[in-house]
Design a binder for this molecule. Structure first.
Ligand code: M6P
Ligand code: ZN
Length: 192
């Protein structure tokens, strides 16, 4: 016997707005949620003294059936910098060590940063249309280096879990900073 959640579901993605419908849950990440992530702490404090700008929105749709827990997430990452560091997601590693994820960049340009717990680092260049497989045990963060919104679609299992602690603790090996108008990788002082 199938129960109500075991039937197929489709949602409609709108390429103009970068959203889909129907949406179940929306989460906003503001600068205050990311203050540990950006390297220029005095700049973070001075912005937060005036306002708490939105950095990105996440729109989720869980597809939980009686035997699976696949989920869809669409992230809309606003353009901009905090000091000289481009807007980025917090970044996380999955709590479960057997859980991969697919990210699909549908709009904008930037980088997907990936890193293992031992500090092996990769940066995947993203343009609209890039689809990246994130293997299990690689932390992942997206950085928007363009002047427009970067939108990406994520597909993962809810049971994968999000662990932010290693990112809050040491961050990624490289910072992506704007230097003379160009995205430039710089070694993170927290790793040297
Ligand atoms: C994607 C998925 C989500 C994640 C979101 C934002 O939509 O990977 O699971 O929450 O990006 O990333 P973060 O959780 O690192 O802020
Ligand atoms: Zn993930």
């Amino acid at each position: 016997m199938l129960n109500e959640n075991d039937y197929p579901i489709s949602v409609q993605f709108d390429f103009n707005s970068g959203t889909f419908d129907p949406v179940k849950i929306r989460d906003d990440r503001k600068l205050s949620d990311l203050q540990m992530m950006f390297h220029d702490k005095p700049r973070v404090r001075s912005i937060l003294a005036e306002a708490d700008p939105l950095i990105y929105e996440i729109w989720y749709h869980p597809f939980e059936t009686s035997k699976s827990d696949m989920a869809l997430g669409v992230t809309r990452l606003l353009p901009g910098t905090v000091g000289d560091e481009y807007h980025m997601t917090k970044g996380h590693i999955h709590e479960r060590d057997d859980q991969p994820e697919i990210y699909f960049c549908v709009q904008g340009e930037g980088y997907l940063l990936l890193q293992t717990i031992d500090g092996e680092f990769r940066a995947e260049r993203w343009t609209a249309g890039t689809i990246s497989h994130i293997p299990p045990m690689w932390a992942h963060r997206v950085v928007n280096t363009c002047a427009d919104m970067l939108v990406f679609v994520a597909s993962y299992h809810l049971s994968a879990g999000h662990d932010y602690a290693p990112i809050i603790d040491k961050g990624f090996r490289k910072l992506l900073l704007e230097r003379e108008g160009q995205p430039t990788f710089v070694d993170s002082p927290r790793w040297t």
